[in-house]
Design a protein around this ligand. Structure first.
Ligand code: CP
Ligand code: NVA
Length: 333
């Protein structure tokens, strides 16, 4: 049996393809149990701390519901209601929370912060998104791919847009680990950094994955099984970058032409939130300033049959439940 008890979950780089597959299988099992109404409160009496230094809808709710389903208590710590980083160091915070909680989720800025937390907490620490990586999102996406396309290995995944931030990096790692053909479609300056590409090439050698980087969106998305993208400006980035991003990434918008180029077998994924219409304040502000009403994906693609974004969002909860459960106790599949 795969054993992950006591492990941190900071980036998929730290996990073998077997371990990742185990988490996906466990998530699928927990999902089926939940749909059947079977109880799964195997961690009754335990508690988790959820630290969010950036905002969240899915990740916070997924951790809270997953923990409650497992019988656990949760404490949500937002930046304004805790001392973290301002009056108390990460190292001290880790040692305090590690005395009270069985596990700690952290969403925030640099990866080195979640690593420091993990170093001193003495309990499993889970990365709920950093600037560099979003590993729980990858499990949700890969479970969704598995559900809709039947398998992972050998599938072509085209990531379109800012490929050097948390989502682009994480897709490259996850594909390299699990044997998918990863293609980043973006202007060169948005390609992932060389050091990470090198690490992923080593993973790809083992799994049979390939990694391709192209500025040609039509070549990159041709025949893709999965087309995915992310917002053009991520949390924590200054508003001043919008003009440049819109200029650089508009040619990389996922629209009907791109999905047709991929083919009818292709599914569309997006971690969300997404700017595909004018239903948000930021979307309306950008529209007033730059005259565009859709950004990284058109509303037509977002609302199409090929779009599986809400299955993907639901799977955040089932996969996060698998991560919490497997790192806190041995879980048979
Ligand atoms: N996809 C994702 O992480 O969403 P939230 O920012 O709402 O948690
Ligand atoms: N790249 C985005 C992902 C949000 C889930 C961000 O960091 O804001």
């Amino acid at each position: 049996m795969t054993r992950l008890k006591g492990r941190h979950f900071l980036t998929l780089k730290d996990f073998t393809s077997e371990e990742i597959q185990y988490l996906l299988d466990l998530a699928a099992k927990l999902k089926a149990k939940k749909k059947n109404g079977e109880p799964m409160d195997v961690l009754r009496g335990k508690n988790v701390a959820l630290i969010f230094e950036k905002t969240s809808t899915r990740t916070r709710c997924a951790f809270e519901v997953a923990a409650h389903d497992l019988g656990m208590g949760t404490t949500y710590l937002e930046p304004s209601s805790s001392q973290i980083g301002k009056k108390e160091s990460i190292r001290d915070t880790a040692r305090v929370l590690g005395r009270m909680y069985e596990g700690i989720e952290y969403r925030g800025f640099g990866q080195e912060i979640v690593e420091e937390l993990a170093k001193y907490a003495g309990v499993p620490v889970w990365n709920g998104l950093t600037n560099e990586y979003h590993p729980t999102q990858m499990l949700a996406d890969f479970l969704t791919i598995q559900e809709h396309l039947g398998s992972l290995k050998g599938k072509k995944l085209a990531y379109v847009g800012d490929a050097r931030y948390n989502m682009g990096n994480s897709y490259m790692i996850a594909c390299a680990k699990m044997g998918l053909h990863f293609v980043a479609c973006a202007p060169k300056k948005y390609f992932p950094n060389e050091a990470l590409i090198k690490e992923c090439e080593a993973f790809a050698k083992i799994s049979g994955a390939t990694l391709t980087f192209t500025e040609d969106i039509m070549e990159g998305t041709k025949g893709a099984d999965v087309v995915c993208t992310d917002v053009w400006v991520s949390m924590g980035e200054p508003d001043s970058v919008w003009a440049e991003r819109i200029h650089d990434l508009m040619p990389y918008q996922v629209n009907k032409k791109v999905m047709e180029n991929a083919g009818s077998q292709a599914i569309f994924l997006h971690c969300l939130p997404s700017f595909h219409d004018l239903g948000t304040t930021i979307g309306r502000e950008i529209s007033a300033k730059f005259g565009i009403s859709e950004m990284e994906v058109t509303d037509e693609v977002f609302e199409s049959e090929q779009s599986k974004v809400f299955d993907e969002a639901e799977n955040r909860m089932h996969t996060i439940k698998a991560v919490i459960a497997a790192t806190l106790r041995d879980m048979e599949i």
